[in-house]
Design a protein around this ligand. Structure first.
Ligand code: ATP
Length: 212
């Protein structure tokens, strides 16, 4: 199967701290790929590098077999930290704001993504009335605008209760079925086992193992 992302020898230092040490792996198309590791193992650093937020000291990566270009970036949706939504605006109006800033997707796409994350019925409710799980699903809806082929999510279940975690799990499984490749970082072994088809395990910046 083709790779959507190939990493080769990615190495990153923050001053004397080595956050990543020669990390290489491939993310197959159509997979739910878990980057698993404890706090401080380098997951967020790795995601920041593949999203061009940080530069590696060594190594390189290819998206869809090629070095990064703005055109390819449109195929990638990412959620590195919880976005700031307006508390007094409805879900639908918040997504209108997201859309006008990002330029991704059409007006019709907003209804579409709200349905995908099971918030269509609540589209007119204020953001402030949402549970944490609903807020996180709205954040994922924002990422889905423009229908990116690949989604990159950092700890998508952080802070959620078991019901919220299960809802995100169902959502990820549904997104995989509709053809998205999903790359997610997590420290929850159990969650990764339940939802991921492939995994890369990091410990103190070292890749311990990767595979299906
Ligand atoms: P968490 O689950 O806690 O977010 P993580 O696996 O995402 O952890 P990173 O945040 O990538 O790990 O951190 C990897 C290492 O790099 C840690 O030792 C961390 O202290 C260090 N680090 C991260 N960001 C910086 C920074 N801006 N300056 C210095 N050190 C940093």
């Amino acid at each position: 199967m083709a790779s959507v992302l190939s990493l080769a020898n990615i190495t990153k230092f923050y001053g004397p701290v080595q956050a990543l040490n020669d990390v290489s792996f491939e993310v197959p198309e159509g997979s739910v790929f878990g980057i698993l590791g404890p706090n401080g193992s380098g997951k967020t650093t790795l995601l920041s590098i593949i999203l061009d937020v940080l530069k590696a000291n060594k190594g390189n990566f290819l998206w869809f077999g090629r070095p990064g270009s703005p055109d390819q970036r449109k195929k990638i949706g990412s959620l590195l930290e919880t976005p700031n939504f307006y508390h007094y605006l409805s879900a639908i109006n918040n997504l209108r704001v997201t859309q006008s800033i990002s330029g991704r997707g059409s007006a019709a796409a907003i209804d579409d993504v709200l349905k995908k994350v099971s918030l269509f019925e609540r589209r007119k409710s204020r953001f402030s009335t949402f549970s944490l799980g609903m807020k996180q699903r709205l954040a994922i809806a924002g990422v889905l605008l423009g229908n990116p082929k690949v989604l990159v999510l950092d700890e998508p279940t952080n802070g959620l209760d078991p019901v919220g975690i299960a809802e995100i799990r169902e959502l990820i499984i549904g997104l995989k079925k509709s053809g998205h490749t999903i790359i997610l970082a997590s420290h929850l072994l159990d969650e990764v086992e339940k939802v991921c088809t492939h995994v890369a395990i990091l410990k103190t910046g070292i890749l311990l193992t990767t595979g299906d």
